[in-house]
Design a protein around this ligand. Structure first.
Ligand code: GAR
Length: 198
């Protein structure tokens, strides 16, 4: 059984996709040990509660220093004993101490075809605003392994999604989620679950 910790910041539709694929049996041998949010108002926390998954908030607002926040985040992750950490719309830069503690065992979903529209300042809706500003005709999503850079780790899966005439950032975001993200993230987790022997 692959034990996963899922880190979230907002709506949690990617978390929901993981929950749903486990429930319908598509994603086998995976258990969500816990969900961690940096934002106490994240709807993702309610999704976790509804699915009877332990949910925790570790907010930088509750700590005097960034170091103390990072230590608390690391401690909460360690307490879940995850085989894999899944960043599912987690809008906090994961500190090096956590990346070094879980080498090759942290994955992230990003709403573009990396290396386009990624790196510092490219997150959430902003990614789609920039894609529309640039006038690309195709965008998509990427699941990659997290390293110490920003969106720079090895790519695991990508899927292209077309941009249509009249798209707004919100419409494009929804299409990228529906056609790419909600499919790719459970699939990437399945790749780790299949590799694990016990
Ligand atoms: C998703 O589109 C995800 O790809 C993006 O945030 C959104 C979270 O939605 N992540 C990033 O931009 C990371 N750089 P969700 O909370 O509904 O899953």
């Amino acid at each position: 059984m692959l034990n996963i910790a899922v880190c979230v910041s907002g709506g949690g539709t990617n978390l929901q996709a993981i929950i749903d694929r486990i429930a319908d049996g598509t994603l086998e041998n995976v258990k969500i040990a816990g969900v961690i949010s940096n934002n106490k108002n994240a709807y993702a926390l309610e999704r976790a509660a509804k699915a009877d998954i332990p949910a925790f908030c570790v907010s930088p607002k509750d700590f005097e220093t960034r170091e103390a926040f990072h230590d608390a985040l690391a401690a909460q992750l360690d307490a879940l004993h995850p085989d894999l950490i899944v960043l599912a719309g987690f809008l906090v830069a994961v500190p090096a101490q956590i990346i070094r503690a879980y080498p090759g065992r942290i994955i992230n979903i990003h709403p573009s075809l990396i290396p386009s529209f990624c790196g510092v300042g490219y997150y959430g809706l902003k990614v789609h605003e920039k894609a529309l500003e640039r006038g690309v005709k195709v965008t998509g999503a990427t699941v990659h392994v997290v390293d110490e850079g920003m969106d720079s780790g090895p790519i695991l899966l990508q899927k292209a999604v077309e941009v249509r005439e009249g798209d707004t950032p919100e419409i494009l975001q929804r299409r990228v989620m529906e056609q790419a993200e909600w499919e790719l993230l459970p699939r990437a987790i399945g790749m780790f679950a299949n590799k694990k022997e016990d």
